[in-house]
Write a protein that binds this ligand. Sequence first.
Ligand code: IMP
Length: 180
Amino acid sequence: MPTASPQLDVLYTREQIAERVAAMGAEISRDYHGQHIILVGVLKGAAIFLSDLARAVVPDCTFDFVAVSSYGRGQRSSGAVKVIKDLDHSIEGRHVILVEDILDTGLTLTYLRNMLLHQKPASLKIAALLDKPARRLQKIEADYVGFTLPNLFVVGYGMDYAERYRNLQEIRLMSPNDPE
Ligand code: IMP
Protein backbone atom coordinates (compact mmCIF):
# COMPACT_ATOMS: atom_id res chain seq x y z
CA MET A 1 0.00 0.00 0.00
CA PRO A 2 1.53 3.38 -0.96
CA THR A 3 2.22 5.96 1.77
CA ALA A 4 2.13 8.94 -0.60
CA SER A 5 0.22 9.64 -3.78
CA PRO A 6 1.99 12.16 -5.95
CA GLN A 7 -0.45 11.35 -8.78
CA LEU A 8 -3.28 13.07 -6.91
CA ASP A 9 -3.31 16.82 -7.56
CA VAL A 10 -2.80 19.09 -4.55
CA LEU A 11 -5.81 21.29 -3.77
CA TYR A 12 -4.48 22.86 -0.55
CA THR A 13 -0.86 22.76 0.57
CA ARG A 14 0.35 22.20 4.13
CA GLU A 15 1.00 25.93 4.41
CA GLN A 16 -2.47 26.91 3.20
CA ILE A 17 -4.09 24.47 5.63
CA ALA A 18 -1.93 25.68 8.54
CA GLU A 19 -2.82 29.30 7.77
CA ARG A 20 -6.58 28.63 7.72
CA VAL A 21 -6.50 26.44 10.84
CA ALA A 22 -4.56 29.15 12.70
CA ALA A 23 -7.13 31.74 11.62
CA MET A 24 -10.00 29.51 12.75
CA GLY A 25 -8.25 28.97 16.09
CA ALA A 26 -7.82 32.72 16.52
CA GLU A 27 -11.51 33.32 15.78
CA ILE A 28 -12.56 30.64 18.27
CA SER A 29 -10.17 32.08 20.87
CA ARG A 30 -11.77 35.51 20.52
CA ASP A 31 -15.32 34.11 20.71
CA TYR A 32 -14.67 31.93 23.78
CA HIS A 33 -12.29 34.21 25.68
CA GLY A 34 -12.18 33.16 29.35
CA GLN A 35 -14.44 30.15 28.84
CA HIS A 36 -13.88 26.41 28.82
CA ILE A 37 -14.63 24.61 25.54
CA ILE A 38 -15.25 20.95 24.79
CA LEU A 39 -14.08 20.07 21.29
CA VAL A 40 -16.04 17.07 20.01
CA GLY A 41 -14.27 15.49 17.04
CA VAL A 42 -16.03 13.26 14.54
CA LEU A 43 -13.86 10.19 13.97
CA LYS A 44 -11.92 9.40 12.01
CA GLY A 45 -11.79 12.18 9.44
CA ALA A 46 -11.57 15.11 11.87
CA ALA A 47 -8.80 13.65 14.06
CA ILE A 48 -5.92 15.48 12.38
CA PHE A 49 -7.86 18.71 11.99
CA LEU A 50 -8.91 18.63 15.65
CA SER A 51 -5.37 18.05 16.84
CA ASP A 52 -4.11 21.09 14.91
CA LEU A 53 -7.13 23.27 15.71
CA ALA A 54 -6.89 22.52 19.42
CA ARG A 55 -3.32 23.78 19.46
CA ALA A 56 -4.41 27.00 17.74
CA VAL A 57 -7.07 27.62 20.41
CA VAL A 58 -6.03 29.65 23.47
CA PRO A 59 -8.96 29.07 25.89
CA ASP A 60 -8.89 26.02 28.13
CA CYS A 61 -10.34 23.06 26.22
CA THR A 62 -10.91 19.33 26.55
CA PHE A 63 -11.58 16.75 23.84
CA ASP A 64 -14.23 14.15 23.27
CA PHE A 65 -14.95 12.07 20.17
CA VAL A 66 -17.93 10.52 18.46
CA ALA A 67 -17.85 8.08 15.56
CA VAL A 68 -20.55 7.54 12.99
CA SER A 69 -20.92 5.20 10.05
CA SER A 70 -19.53 6.89 6.96
CA TYR A 71 -18.93 6.48 3.28
CA GLY A 72 -17.70 2.89 3.42
CA ARG A 73 -15.58 2.02 0.43
CA GLY A 74 -16.88 4.49 -2.12
CA GLN A 75 -17.23 8.19 -2.84
CA ARG A 76 -20.97 8.27 -2.26
CA SER A 77 -22.80 8.61 1.04
CA SER A 78 -25.26 5.92 2.01
CA GLY A 79 -27.35 8.64 3.64
CA ALA A 80 -27.65 6.56 6.77
CA VAL A 81 -26.04 7.86 9.96
CA LYS A 82 -25.35 5.40 12.72
CA VAL A 83 -23.50 6.20 15.93
CA ILE A 84 -20.63 3.78 16.49
CA LYS A 85 -19.05 5.65 19.40
CA ASP A 86 -20.91 8.03 21.71
CA LEU A 87 -19.47 10.79 23.93
CA ASP A 88 -17.42 9.68 26.93
CA HIS A 89 -18.56 12.57 29.15
CA SER A 90 -21.70 14.63 29.66
CA ILE A 91 -21.79 17.96 27.85
CA GLU A 92 -24.73 19.36 29.83
CA GLY A 93 -24.20 23.04 30.57
CA ARG A 94 -20.90 23.13 28.67
CA HIS A 95 -19.71 25.09 25.64
CA VAL A 96 -19.25 22.61 22.82
CA ILE A 97 -17.73 22.88 19.36
CA LEU A 98 -18.45 19.98 17.04
CA VAL A 99 -15.34 19.51 14.88
CA GLU A 100 -15.82 17.86 11.49
CA ASP A 101 -13.60 17.44 8.45
CA ILE A 102 -16.24 18.08 5.76
CA LEU A 103 -19.74 19.47 5.73
CA ASP A 104 -21.11 17.81 2.62
CA THR A 105 -24.79 16.76 2.39
CA GLY A 106 -25.17 17.83 6.02
CA LEU A 107 -26.80 14.55 7.06
CA THR A 108 -24.05 13.64 9.53
CA LEU A 109 -23.82 17.00 11.26
CA THR A 110 -27.58 17.48 11.39
CA TYR A 111 -27.89 14.13 13.13
CA LEU A 112 -24.99 14.80 15.50
CA ARG A 113 -26.11 18.35 16.28
CA ASN A 114 -29.56 17.10 17.31
CA MET A 115 -28.00 14.30 19.31
CA LEU A 116 -25.76 16.74 21.21
CA LEU A 117 -28.50 19.35 21.69
CA HIS A 118 -30.48 16.65 23.46
CA GLN A 119 -27.85 16.79 26.23
CA LYS A 120 -28.49 20.51 26.76
CA PRO A 121 -25.05 22.06 26.28
CA ALA A 122 -24.71 25.77 27.22
CA SER A 123 -23.85 26.40 23.56
CA LEU A 124 -23.10 24.35 20.47
CA LYS A 125 -21.18 25.51 17.41
CA ILE A 126 -19.73 23.71 14.42
CA ALA A 127 -16.20 23.95 13.00
CA ALA A 128 -15.74 22.33 9.59
CA LEU A 129 -12.44 22.36 7.76
CA LEU A 130 -14.18 22.04 4.39
CA ASP A 131 -17.63 23.07 3.27
CA LYS A 132 -19.28 21.83 0.07
CA PRO A 133 -22.52 23.89 0.04
CA ALA A 134 -23.57 22.67 -3.42
CA ARG A 135 -24.04 19.15 -2.05
CA ARG A 136 -26.29 20.08 0.87
CA LEU A 137 -29.43 17.99 1.50
CA GLN A 138 -30.05 19.36 5.01
CA LYS A 139 -30.20 23.04 5.91
CA ILE A 140 -27.16 23.36 8.15
CA GLU A 141 -24.16 25.72 8.21
CA ALA A 142 -20.88 25.66 10.10
CA ASP A 143 -19.94 28.57 12.37
CA TYR A 144 -16.26 28.23 11.50
CA VAL A 145 -15.18 27.11 8.01
CA GLY A 146 -11.68 26.53 6.67
CA PHE A 147 -12.30 26.34 2.93
CA THR A 148 -15.43 26.37 0.80
CA LEU A 149 -15.17 24.17 -2.27
CA PRO A 150 -17.35 22.98 -5.14
CA ASN A 151 -18.44 19.39 -5.62
CA LEU A 152 -15.01 17.73 -5.55
CA PHE A 153 -13.91 14.61 -3.71
CA VAL A 154 -10.80 15.18 -1.64
CA VAL A 155 -8.45 13.08 0.46
CA GLY A 156 -5.58 13.71 2.87
CA TYR A 157 -5.16 15.58 6.17
CA GLY A 158 -7.38 12.97 7.84
CA MET A 159 -9.81 12.47 4.97
CA ASP A 160 -10.03 9.13 3.23
CA TYR A 161 -11.12 7.22 0.22
CA ALA A 162 -11.97 3.69 1.42
CA GLU A 163 -9.78 4.33 4.51
CA ARG A 164 -6.73 5.29 2.42
CA TYR A 165 -4.84 8.57 2.10
CA ARG A 166 -5.65 9.92 5.58
CA ASN A 167 -1.94 10.46 6.27
CA LEU A 168 -1.28 12.73 3.28
CA GLN A 169 -0.08 16.10 4.54
CA GLU A 170 -1.89 18.08 1.84
CA ILE A 171 -5.53 18.01 0.78
CA ARG A 172 -5.54 16.34 -2.62
CA LEU A 173 -8.14 15.84 -5.32
CA MET A 174 -9.51 12.43 -6.09
CA SER A 175 -11.15 12.17 -9.50
CA PRO A 176 -13.50 9.35 -10.52
CA ASN A 177 -10.74 8.08 -12.85
CA ASP A 178 -8.20 7.60 -10.07
CA PRO A 179 -7.35 3.97 -9.29
CA GLU A 180 -8.84 2.56 -6.07
P1 IMP B 1 -22.34 14.45 5.05
O1 IMP B 1 -23.17 13.72 6.03
O2 IMP B 1 -22.73 14.17 3.63
O3 IMP B 1 -22.23 15.94 5.29
O4 IMP B 1 -20.94 13.78 5.10
C1 IMP B 1 -19.90 14.21 5.83
C2 IMP B 1 -18.85 13.14 5.80
O5 IMP B 1 -18.73 12.54 4.51
C3 IMP B 1 -17.51 13.73 6.08
O6 IMP B 1 -17.26 13.79 7.43
C4 IMP B 1 -16.59 12.77 5.37
O7 IMP B 1 -16.31 11.67 6.21
C5 IMP B 1 -17.38 12.28 4.20
N1 IMP B 1 -17.01 13.02 2.98
C6 IMP B 1 -17.75 13.92 2.31
N2 IMP B 1 -17.08 14.41 1.27
C7 IMP B 1 -15.86 13.82 1.30
C8 IMP B 1 -14.68 13.96 0.49
O8 IMP B 1 -14.59 14.75 -0.47
N3 IMP B 1 -13.63 13.18 0.86
C9 IMP B 1 -13.66 12.34 1.92
N4 IMP B 1 -14.73 12.19 2.70
C10 IMP B 1 -15.82 12.93 2.40
